[in-house]
Ligand binder design. Structure first.
Ligand code: MLT
Ligand code: ZN
Length: 470
């Protein structure tokens, strides 16, 4: 190991390798604080050739590599699975915006560019990157693609995978696959880019990508609504979708419990409505059309929902600052819940029509087995994706509550399976959901994935312990 670290330093220079305890500690701990496995060292190559050289050295020594971007995984996907023996490869220094093709609407960037910087680069060129997640200020594009993150615009533009036109990947043997094509059509055998997207760094290290952009909307409008029931939430969703599906860019759900926690734990947060409701949604409509009158569309639909008894109250943002304030409340849900104590996160999806059954059955299950636990559901309800997060009972011992995590998640997953859903909608599997993967994905599916893993990474050095139990 010491020899490997010296060799890595010889090719990457002193700034390219960290191994002092204080320097490497943050790379071993995930955002949620669930895992703390210190790496042996952290390498920070500045270019693809440096990544390939580092991978070749690690491969020659049989040492495991953990690719890491912004370290914002919700499932421990980017920290070592064991302490002291793995090398974290940080992509943070590979942060160049390579090219923007304004007429073809594509963006080529390196893996270490934050999602926020990528959005701004697109915007500066007069285009729109239709990908937005709560962690976008820190999450880096390589990790976002490796997670196949979803987020707020999935209902209109798809998951990250749907935006990936091309990739550059360093394989576990150190070879570089240059698949940085920017084509809308490229039907040439297996779609390798789709294999690496969502592979959680277990098949190789994404070093650069070509993303599909969209035209910049000419206008957008956001609205914060209070609703009496989850049925009413879905009713409003269907009305908006049927009225103008192309304009519906986001439809985000916040339960009353989740909103109360945000108001309690986020400094300066306030309810954008005059009175509290049982459920809330944040709607965003946008259009590239010159004549598109989003305000009229929204008012028509809200008026109909009000008449039908599906809406309590609504506030339409009257300035860009207010639109951003609505979004800030939504995007800080995870922070608020972190401050409220131990939480067990279930990032689940079901067919949209089954969301009311999911919430009702989960609430019954929690009342029966975990009295006092708070179900703080929120998420991307237009995709049937609910963050069914369960917060510890007030005043309870956090460690004792966390110890029930696997059992609670399995109870949720049983309900999910019964409703035809998925135990991981957008956060992936990482270290945290391996058990669910083994239980809820059939033998054939697991076997095919394990064969793919063995074919591409026969020595099992690439992010070992993620997705599959070692
Ligand atoms: C979100 O939608 O805010 C994220 O996926 C975070 C979370 O689930 O806590
Ligand atoms: Zn989410």
């Amino acid at each position: 190991m010491d020899e490997l670290v010296d060799q890595l330093r010889a090719i990457l220079g002193h700034g390219g390798v960290l191994d002092a305890a204080g320097d490497i500690a943050p790379y071993g701990t995930d955002w949620r604080g669930l895992f703390d496995h210190r790496p042996r060292a952290v390498v920070r190559p500045a270019d693809t050739a440096g990544v390939a050289a580092a991978v070749r050295l690690c491969a020659a020594s049989g040492v495991a590599i953990v690719p890491q971007g912004g370290n914002t995984s919700m499932v421990g996907g980017a920290v070592p699975g064991t302490a002291g023996s793995q090398i974290v490869l940080s992509l943070a220094r590979m942060n160049a915006i390579r090219t923007i093709d304004r007429s073809g609407l594509t963006l080529e960037i390196e893996a270490g560019v934050t999602l926020r910087a990528a959005q701004l680069a697109a915007e500066a060129a007069g285009a729109f990157l239709p990908l937005s997640i709560s962690a976008e200020g820190s999450a880096q594009i390589g990790g976002v693609i490796s997670t196949n993150a979803g987020g707020n615009n999935t209902l209109r533009f798809g998951n990250t995978r749907d935006l990936v036109l091309g990739l550059e990947v360093v394989l576990p043997d150190g070879r570089i696959w240059n698949g940085l094509r920017r084509l809308r059509k490229d039907n040439t055998g297996y779609a390798l880019r789709h294999l690496f997207a969502g592979a959680e760094g277990t098949l190789g290290i994404i070093t650069a990508a070509v993303l599909r952009l969209a035209p910049m909307p000419r206008s957008r409008i956001a609205c914060f609504c209070g609703l009496p029931s989850i049925g009413a939430v879905l009713d409003l969703y269907r009305r908006l979708r049927d009225e103008d599906e192309a304009a519906l860019y986001a439809f985000e759900y916040i339960s009353g419990t989740a909103l109360d926690l945000a108001l309690r734990h986020l400094p300066g947060a306030r309810l954008p409505l005059e009175r509290a409701a049982a459920h809330y949604v944040l709607v965003e409509l946008a259009t590239t059309r010159r004549a598109g009158d989003l305000g009229a569309t929204l008012e028509t639909v809200l008026g109909e929902a009000l008449d039908a008894g599906s809406l309590d109250d609504a506030a339409i943002a009257n300035s860009e600052a207010q639109r951003l304030a609505f979004w800030s409340l939504r995007e800080h849900m995870a922070d608020a819940q972190k401050r409220a104590g131990a939480s067990i996160k279930n990032d689940v999806s079901v067919p949209v029509a089954a969301v009311p059954a999911l919430l009702a059955r989960a609430a019954d299950m929690l009342a029966q087995h975990y009295p006092g636990a708070r179900m703080a559901a929120f998420g991307h309800i237009g995709d049937g994706n609910i963050h069914l997060n369960v917060i510890q009972p007030e005043g309870a011992d956090p460690a004792r509550f966390e110890a029930q995590g696997d059992e609670l998640m399995e109870r949720v997953n049983t309900i999910i399976a019964d409703l035809g859903g998925s135990f991981s909608a957008e956060h992936g599997i990482g270290l945290l959901k391996r058990h669910a993967f083994a239980t809820w994905r059939g033998e054939v599916e697991r076997d095919v994935m394990l064969r793919i893993k063995a074919a591409i990474d026969p020595a099992a050095i690439m992010n070992p312990g993620k997705i599959f139990e070692p």
